[in-house]
Design a binder for this molecule. Structure first.
Ligand SMILES: C[S@@+](CC[C@H](N)C(=O)[O-])C[C@H]1O[C@@H](n2cnc3c(N)ncnc32)[C@H](O)[C@@H]1O
Length: 297
């Protein structure tokens, strides 16, 4: 059996077993290719070069065992392989942190945040950093900045430490543990990136097993998904320089976001998942936010 035939067979097996995607891949073929190439120790981005190679029986058995493990445990592929990729950059991953897939990585890599920055941009905060992926991508995108990366979870920060060291960025990224912006006391930033927990409770109740394998702290945002974001938007202006901006991911929670912040002046940043999942707020927009907001449902 060739590599491509093996991937197609594994893809069919994953589909038939009804596993869920969305934690690094979006479909059965890509998930199968990831697991097969990883198990065969072949480059994940080099399928074209190896697809006609024959796979021997020993390696076939090893691949089938991995696919069956994926199906029987419903562990996401990244937890089985210990690695995930974002914007072509590899990150160490384990069950202590959510699997990196933030849409903020797209405007960051494509340069669509740069219009709000300047040659004086120096300090960036990645709030809710998880495994540190956005902090690492920010440090790579803007070589002149230093980055603070904060999270409530000591477990997630332990994985972030692995990634900061892996990418040799310890001199430019500092990790902080704490609850929201309290983790950085009174520091101010030119840019705050934040992919917070924002999944509303009814979506949490319906999560597939693969997503329940991730830390609930990383996902659950309360009844309407806005618990963390309400606190953040009330406090963020205090932590921004006069021209500073906040870039925030809200995923599919636009209706809840609009209900919670009906008067907010929002700039939406387009992503591959849609034009209303990542937004930018200037300090002026945050300052204009009324002190009394609609209550959560
Ligand atoms: C959606 S994950 C984002 C992780 C990472 N930035 C990424 O994009 O992959 C949200 C993160 O927020 C953290 N978190 C949850 N509540 C928090 C809080 N009150 N203060 C700080 N971090 C919090 C979780 O531990 C988790 O790592």
């Amino acid at each position: 059996m060739t590599v491509i035939e093996l991937i197609e067979a594994c893809s069919a097996r994953l589909s038939e077993a009804g596993v869920s995607f969305g934690q690094g891949t979006t479909n059965a073929f890509d998930e199968a290719a990831w697991l097969v190439l990883w198990r065969l120790q072949m480059p994940l981005d080099g399928l074209d070069d190896v697809e006609e190679l024959e796979v021997d029986d020993t390696h076939l058995a090893a691949v089938h065992a991995l696919i069956e493990q994926r199906i029987s445990t419903r562990q996401p592929a990244a937890y089985l392989t210990g690695e995930a990729w974002l914007q072509g950059v590899p990150f160490t991953v384990d069950a202590r942190c959510i699997i990196p897939r933030s849409l903020i990585a797209e405007p960051l890599a494509e340069g669509s945040i740069d219009a709000w920055l300047s040659d004086r941009t120096r300090r960036v905060l990645d709030l809710c950093t998880g495994n540190g992926s956005l902090a690492v991508l920010a440090a790579m995108a803007w070589p002149e900045v230093t980055v603070d990366a904060a999270d409530l979870s000591a477990d997630a920060l332990a994985v972030a430490r692995l990634n900061v060291d892996r990418h040799q960025l310890a001199d430019r990224i500092t990790l902080h543990q704490g609850d929201g912006l309290a983790a950085v006391s009174n520091r101010v930033y030119d840019l705050i990136l934040c992919n917070p927990p924002y999944v509303n409770q009814s979506s949490m109740d319906a999560l597939p097993a693969e997503f329940n394998a991730e830390p609930a702290l990383a996902l659950a945002g309360g009844a309407d998904g806005m618990d963390f974001i309400r606190r953040l938007l009330q406090q963020a202006a205090l932590h921004l320089t006069p021209a500073g901006v906040l870039v925030l991911e809200i995923g599919h929670e636009r209706p809840h976001f609009d209900a919670a912040f009906p008067t907010l002046d929002v700039v939406w940043l387009p992503t591959s998942a849609g034009d209303d999942q990542v937004l930018l707020l200037t300090r002026a927009a945050l300052t204009a936010l009324p002190s009394t907001l609609p209550l959560s449902p």
